[in-house]
Design a protein around this ligand. Structure first.
Ligand code: BG6
Length: 463
């Protein structure tokens, strides 16, 4: 038996987002985001046609929810401010109810010994700005920097850990390549412009944070999917993996940490004649405003091989440069269809150690969505989610090993705290430490939540 002990002041907690938890009330003053709009216009796209209106009613229930976080023992918790709640039109008039809500919410966390980690953008473009093109429009970049500066001003006395965006590649791929987010286009040129504007907006927000001279640190949260070639000794598989990595990881990781974009990506975009529109000063802004801290969301790896299959889309796609490799030995979470590969979290942290100056980081999301967890309720009414405990342990072991080997990983947040609303999948898969009965909104800590409490108390676990 080994005692896996984590560093002093390790961040233990969970992550969530505003749009997935808060819900709306008739008079809350919030403007529509793309999710509110999309649900209103195309509800059939959403699993069981359940939209973002109710989610888990955190807006009204946060005191109870924070009490449960405290019961589990979190010392930190990440959520996001909804841009469309604070600024219903995306810019201009401030919704004072939103200011009051977020201030009280953050104060409640702090009073309970839970450090708020606050993210500014979690896939939730205000609809008013989307109507002007959203991230395709350069004006949105300025609007985002102004919104960020407003947040620093309004909440800077409460928040010490800021994040500009969560998984900025997701609006790129899901909104402009694979049709899972609004506006559901298939257009690589638009995807590239959107990604570029997000990267620039993040750098500008960091610049505004530094100009504000507030204490604390600022980062970005990226979903890093370590990319493995089918045959590591095959040069073409290796090149395919490198390019996939450039498209999906380094497109944001490099500008965020190094202040530059990957050369391979620039070459491909030039060949396709879809380089984004830029301004002379942009690259300097990106160069000078890199992150203090990196949040790493890790769910699954990407496995690729050299391109052999025929092209299927009649427009350029990243998949023109590689084929997905279906590893026959893979372990899979059947509910979400994602591979479970625990070692990927270690490889990711070691990659940051070796190739990104060992940037301070933390695991900002890792978790397992499971359908119909009520199957596992015991006589006392608690969900016995042993699989989640195993999942977390198997990943934490690798996080521990990476730290032993020099990674500057400072914490572990699970996705998520309470079961929450998951975009088009709504409540299909449940991820939380705390179960939510949607009929009654009753919250019950799952077995994994109780297990996590022990891990936090011991700052590790005996393996
Ligand atoms: C992360 C996102 O990618 O994965 C969350 O930051 C999301 O917003 C989570 O909910 C789980 O994915 P999904 O699609 O099953 O909800």
């Amino acid at each position: 038996m080994t005692n896996l002990h984590f560093p002093k002041d390790f961040w233990w907690g969970a992550a969530a987002s505003g749009p997935q938890t808060e819900g709306r009330t008739a008079d809350d003053g919030k403007g529509d985001s793309i999710w509110d709009y999309w649900y209103a216009t195309e509800p059939e796209r959403f699993y069981q046609k359940r939209g973002p209106k109710d989610t888990v009613q955190l807006l009204q229930r946060y005191p109870e929810d924070v009490a449960l976080m405290k019961e589990i023992g979190f010392n930190s918790f990440r959520t996001s401010i909804q841009w469309s709640r604070l600024l219903p039109e995306g810019r201009g008039a401030v919704n004072q109810q939103a200011v009051a809500f977020y201030r009280e919410y953050f104060a409640t966390l702090i009073e309970n010994g839970i450090e708020p980690f606050i993210n500014l953008y979690h896939f939730d473009m205000p609809m008013a700005l989307q109507k002007e093109g959203g991230w395709l429009n350069r004006e949105t970049v300025t609007a985002f920097a102004d919104y960020a500066a407003l947040c620093f001003e309004l909440f800077g006395d409460q928040v010490r850990h800021w994040f500009t965006q969560n998984e900025p590649i997701v609006p790129v791929e899901m909104g402009y390549l694979y049709q899972q987010h609004y506006p559901a286009e298939i257009n690589l040129a638009h995807a590239v412009q959107v990604g570029y504007h997000e990267a620039l907006a993040s750098a500008l927000a960091i610049q505004r944070f530094r100009q504000s001279q507030q204490s604390g640190e600022i980062g970005i949260i990226l979903n890093l999917t370590p990319t493995y070639p089918k045959d590591p000794n095959d040069e073409k598989d290796g090149q395919a993996a490198q390019l996939a990595d450039a498209f999906f990881n380094r497109s944001f990781l490099d500008p965020a940490v190094k202040g530059t974009f990957p050369e391979e990506l620039i070459t491909v975009l030039n060949e396709l004649a879809i380089m984004p529109e830029t301004r002379a000063e942009d690259l300097q802004i990106i160069k000078e405003n890199t992150v203090d801290l990196l949040g790493v969301n890790y769910y699954q790896p990407r496995r690729v091989q050299q391109k052999r299959s025929a092209k299927t889309a009649d427009t350029p796609m990243p998949e023109d440069y590689f084929d997905v490799y279906d590893w026959p030995e893979k372990k899979i979470n059947p509910h979400r269809g994602w591979e479970i590969y625990e070692r990927g979290i270690y490889d990711t942290l070691i990659n940051l150690r070796d190739n990104y100056g060992n940037i301070p980081c933390y695991i900002s999301e890792n978790g397992m969505g499971v359908e119909d967890e009520t199957r596992f309720i015991d006589a006392s009414g608690q969900i016995q989610d042993e699989y989640r405990i195993t999942f977390i342990k198997d990943h934490l072991r690798y996080v521990h090993q990476a730290i032993q080997e020099g990674s500057r990983c400072r914490g572990y947040h699970m996705w998520t705290c309470m079961d929450n609303w998951s975009w088009l999948n709504e409540f299909k898969n449940r991820y939380g430490f705390i179960a939510v009965d949607l009929a009654t909104q009753k919250r019950t800590i799952k077995k994994s939540g109780e297990w996590f409490r022990e891990v936090i108390q011991q700052n590790g676990f005996v393996d």
